[in-house]
Design a protein around this ligand. Structure first.
Ligand code: NAD
Ligand code: 44H
Length: 493
């Protein structure tokens, strides 16, 4: 980066002849978390609603953790950032760049808690969106700090809405519609449950709890869009294309899906559909099962098996004929059988769409980023299919079992090929085992049994044949290398 580059800001924006988009709507939305996903999804949707409906509202964005580094960047750019949507949509190539202007303010609550309290007093605020990763919706005991920001995300939500409740003397019309976008099951219910626990810890009044029940709505949601973030490798080309430098530029696919489970009143207040957005006010469970099993599942498998094969991105993984046929066969032959009959057709269509999304020629979705916390993701995204397949078909799904062996092997190759990012206790457990591993099948099986018993918690079905199959595949990978072992598996050897 050279000094001469001009950054995106309102001046640069005006010079580009875009001043008409600098609209002056009131802040109607609070957002907690300011990462790539929430900006490339929620903030983009609000931008679209402001353009195409009578929504007319802006976002006040609050940094989620003391580690956050985005607020100064947003402030420097007058809260503007560029979103580039690239991919294939209905057979057509889409390359769309937009300067998103839906954020009005970005606040660091650790240095400016007073601003957050003032924000809670604003009449027009109606919605709270968040994305704090799966780690954010978690209960942490902390004292009620009153004059400074709570550390946890639920703590911030409680402090903010409590201040609003007090300021408006419990006015029933001043509650908020809360839409967490973290990818955990029943995210709205879970956030509310934790908030109530925080309220109990902080000894806040029963009437506040009643106000939350009557005036606030916590919606469950499901989000879907691949947002790889800033493409570092395209720094110079992007500057040439845009004429400015934007540290917060985000690349995403055009595909998007937002499913919201909540009362009809929420739908009427958020004109997503009027803006032409793919948003459904519906039950989440069937969308969720398809997405977790058929999109996040193959991502997790590709991440470990691709990295073990020296492949760096999702697209390269899908272009590799061996990896592609492995993943495709795993989905069709081993995961589809676990999907209810009335959903199978929808699932087949979803698989075709998913491969198109993975093959997006304009995204570099890095496997190393997807591999973050692979161990927990395997448990949530692939293990249920192994278990359900065994219950229904009465044997091990060979590819999913191989993928589990590859995951264990992934931790063995740690530090020689890539840096694993996972929970410390997971990394320690593997390091400990591999430091003493004597290369015998017996010790491997004992380790696998312990792992599955301890972490993948099942009922007490007899799983010895599964442990043995995992150990066999592991030893094959060790002896032959991942690709020859895969080839042999696909050939049926
Ligand atoms: N990037 C994608 O393609 C994509 C797609 C769908 C869903 N998601 C979901 O979005 C999440 C974030 O992805 P991203 O690409 O925006 O990542 P990011 O690193 O750009 O942003 C992460 C955000 O979460 C906050 N955060 C991190 N740890 C936290 C904690 N312990 N408590 C509170 N806040 C915390 C950060 O401050 C930041 O605001 C993912 O975990 C995933 O569940 C991502
Ligand atoms: O974001 P993660 O780390 O939970 O999972 C990696 C990807 O599978 C995920 O980000 C998908 O791209 C996303 O879920 C698509 O909507």
């Amino acid at each position: 980066m050279t000094e001469k580059l001009s950054y995106l800001n309102t001046e640069t924006y005006k010079q580009l002849g875009q001043a008409n988009l600098l609209n002056d709507y009131p802040e109607r939305i609070i957002q907690i978390g300011d990462g790539n996903f929430i900006r490339g999804f929620v903030d983009w949707m609000i931008f679209e609603m402001n353009k195409k409906s009578d929504f007319g509202g802006k976002v006040a964005s609050i940094q989620a953790t003391p580690r956050g580094r985005t607020v100064p960047k947003l402030n420097r750019q007058n809260e503007l950032f560029t979103l580039i949507l690239r991919g294939i949509e209905n057979g057509e190539t889409v390359k769309r760049k937009q300067v998103i202007n839906s954020i009005n303010r970005a606040i660091n609550p650790y240095t400016n808690w007073h601003d957050v309290m003032k924000l809670a007093e604003q009449q027009e605020i109606e919605f709270l969106f968040s994305n704090t990763t799966e780690a954010g919706i978690r209960y942490e005991k902390e004292a009620y700090p009153e004059d400074v920001s709570p550390l946890s995300f639920p703590g911030k939500v409680v402090a903010l809405i409590y201040h609003r409740y007090v300021h408006f003397n419990g006015d029933k019309d001043k509650g908020l519609i809360i839409l967490p976008c973290e990818l955990i099951e029943n995210n709205g219910e879970e956030l509310k449950r934790i908030c109530l626990k925080v309220i109990e810890d902080w000894n806040l009044s029963k009437s506040f709890v009643q106000w939350i029940d009557e005036s606030c709505v916590f919606c469950n949601t499901l989000v879907d869009r691949i947002v790889p973030g800033y493409p570092k490798e395209e720094d110079q080309q992007l500057f040439n294309l845009l004429g400015y430098y934007d540290e917060l530029l985000t690349v995403a696919e055009p595909y998007h899906l937002f499913v919201i489970e909540g009362p009809a009143s929420v739908e009427s207040k958020l004109p997503f559909k009027q803006a032409g957005l793919n948003v459904h006010f519906d039950k989440i469970s069937s969308y969720r099962e398809l997405k977790i099993k058929l999109l996040n599942g193959p991502h997790t498998m590709l991440a470990t098996m691709g990295l073990l094969s020296g492949i760096e991105t999702v697209r390269e993984g899908i272009e590799d004929s061996l990896l592609f046929s492995f993943i495709n066969n795993a989905l069709i032959e081993e995961i589809i059988p676990t999907i209810p009959s009335n959903e199978k057709e929808k699932a087949r269509t979803y698989i075709i769409q998913t491969f198109d999304r993975f093959a997006n020629p304009f995204l570099n979705h890095r496997l190393i980023n997807i591999s973050l916390n692979s161990y927990a993701k395997f448990k949530a995204r692939i293990w249920p299919s192994i278990y359900e397949y065994r219950s229904k078909i009465g044997e091990n799904p060979k590819r999913l079992t191989f993928a589990l062996a590859a995951l264990l092997y992934f931790f063995k190759d740690e530090q020689t090929k890539y840096e694993i990012k996972d929970d410390t206790h997971v990394i320690d457990k593997f390091r400990h085992f591999y430091s003493e591993f004597d290369n015998t099948k017996g010790s491997l099986i004992a380790f696998i049994r312990d792992l599955i018993d301890e972490d993948f918690s099942l009922n007490d079905e007899e799983l010895s044949d599964l442990y043995e199959a995992i150990a066999d595949y592991f030893l094959r990978i060790d002896k032959e290398g991942i690709k020859p072992a895969l080839l042999n598996l696909e050939k049926g050897d």
